[in-house]
Design a binder for this molecule. Structure first.
Ligand SMILES: [Zn+2]
Length: 196
């Protein structure tokens, strides 16, 4: 047993006046020696992390829109380029997809969003197929240790996996890190549409 000393509220030991130094935010909160936290609390804006020297609202952004676009373009241009053979396409870093090799739809989208054909950032899509399933994983919680699923269940999974291995139709498409440049095709379609 440790004996806690008894300290009366009106004793000199209980409390004393001390002068403390520390960071205080603009809105009056004390942060001790945590200058960064005090500055964050007291500020409304911070410098754009893109290095352009503009101020961005501290709660919403770390990078301004112009720098964000620039960085995205740099990432896009760093991707390998391949010729387009009509595969599904996707706008880089965006959820816009174009299926069926429909150049008209792409031309329309570019016009609607006031994007010049040579500024479209399109990447190929990769097909995603349903993965094979392992009954040992699916029923891992139910199967006894070192046990197996009954033969009829194993057979059913084997038949299912055989069908899945055929990869007849993708279950979805996902953006691939391969860019395509179809500026000329889209320009031609826009010109055609205007002359019609
Ligand atoms: Zn910036």
């Amino acid at each position: 047993m440790t004996h806690q000393p008894i300290v009366m509220m009106d004793s000199d030991e209980a409390a004393s006046i001390k002068t403390v130094t520390g960071w205080v935010s603009r809105d009056g909160f004390f942060f001790g020696d945590n200058e960064h936290a005090a500055r964050y609390a007291g500020a409304t804006h911070r410098w754009c992390s893109g290095g352009c020297g503009s101020a961005v609202p501290k709660n919403a952004l770390t990078i301004c829109n112009a720098c964000h676009r620039l960085k995205r373009t740099e990432r896009f241009m760093a991707l390998p380029i391949e010729p387009w053979n009509g595969e599904p396409l996707c706008v880089f870093d965006d959820d816009t997809y174009f299926f069926d090799g429909d150049v008209d739809a792409i031309a329309e989208w570019a016009e609607e969003h006031e994007i010049q054909p040579d500024a479209m950032q399109l990447v190929k899509c990769a097909a995603v197929y349903a993965e094979e399933v392992d009954p040992g994983d699916i029923y891992a919680d139910e199967i006894p240790e070192d046990g197996e699923v009954p033969a009829y269940v194993g057979d059913a999974f084997a038949a299912l996996n055989e069908a899945l291995r055929k990869k007849t139709t993708p279950i979805c498409w996902r953006a691939a890190d391969i860019r395509v440049d179809i500026t000329d095709l889209v320009m031609a379609r826009i010109a055609e549409a205007r002359s019609a």
